[in-house]
Design a protein around this ligand. Structure first.
Ligand SMILES: [Zn+2]
Length: 125
């Protein structure tokens, strides 16, 4: 099942990634679960995010209990879009959709993963 994302939401994520480069950018994704799949509608900035160049950024970070938060977005400033071990551990316990963007932070440089770490098709709408 593909993941759908509103173009404006994705552009907000990519702008955040560009703004924080070479640091990692983190955000939460708000969305809806529809019959056709998950639809990401909005980027929500995570106030507790600790922006570093490391992959440790998730540790001080809590997903709010808000049920409209369906996943996360983060950037990989120095390597590709594959999830790290820390990413996979995080994915498995929080949210159902996780996006990773690599350089140059364009629409084509984003990959979507499920909580099991498997890549999912991402459809921009
Ligand atoms: Zn990562």
């Amino acid at each position: 099942m593909p993941v759908f994302i509103k173009k404006n939401a994705l552009l907000s994520c990519l702008q955040g990634a560009k703004n924080l480069h070479p640091h990692e950018f983190l955000g939460l994704l708000r969305g809806l679960v529809e019959l056709r799949g998950v639809v990401v509608t909005e980027l929500v900035l995570a106030p507790l995010s600790d922006y570093t160049e490391q992959e440790s950024s998730f540790s001080p970070w809590f997903l709010p209990s808000d049920p409209s938060i369906i996943g996360s977005f983060h950037s990989h400033p120095t390597y590709g879009r594959k999830p790290s071990k820390a990413d996979l551990a995080f994915f498995s316990r929080s949210g159902r959709i996780h996006l990773i963007a690599s350089l140059p932070y364009s629409i084509g440089s984003v990959a979507a993963y499920g909580s099991d770490g498997k890549q999912m098709e991402l459809v921009v709408e």
